[in-house]
Design a protein around this ligand. Structure first.
Ligand code: HEC
Length: 104
């Protein structure tokens, strides 16, 4: 009985580790504090990144729109709360984030 419980616990923690690995934020997102307001699969201050990906599916201008938003900030797409801009972020970093978000 004890062995069964132990192996069940081991299996479920392995399962949890896989889930959190799949939904981990990229390093750039931590560096620029995106993680303070965004989560992958849940709304925090800003919309969940998976919801953003769903909303822009099939939008040919998604990459341009999201890049501008990340650099300049703004509000009104998801609600009245503004997203702050990131003046110090580089183009490759913006591209990495947009590619990551749209690929969710
Ligand atoms: C202070 C909180 C905050 C931080 C920090 C933040 N965001 Fe946001 N983000 C928001 C809010 C609020 C919105 C919704 C804005 C709106 O409704 O137009 C948003 C929206 C977005 C959107 C969707 C834009 C759209 O027009 O649909 C993307 C993409 C995004 N954020 C990416 C990022 C990335 C990448 C970072 C880090 C570089 C970041 N956010 C940092 C609060 C934040």
């Amino acid at each position: 009985m004890k062995a069964i419980i132990v192996s069940m616990v081991a299996a479920s923690s392995l399962f949890m580790a896989c889930i959190s690995m799949a939904a981990d934020m990229p390093e750039v997102a931590k560096k620029f504090g995106c993680t303070n307001c965004h989560k992958i699969d849940k709304k925090l201050v800003g919309p969940g990144w998976k919801d953003i990906s769903d909303k822009y599916k099939g939008d040919a201008e998604a990459e341009a729109k999201l890049s501008t938003k990340i650099v300049k900030g703004g509000s009104g797409v998801w609600g009245p709360i503004p997203m702050p801009g990131n003046a110090k972020i580089s183009d490759p970093e913006v591209k990495e984030l947009v590619t990551f978000i749209l690929g969710l």
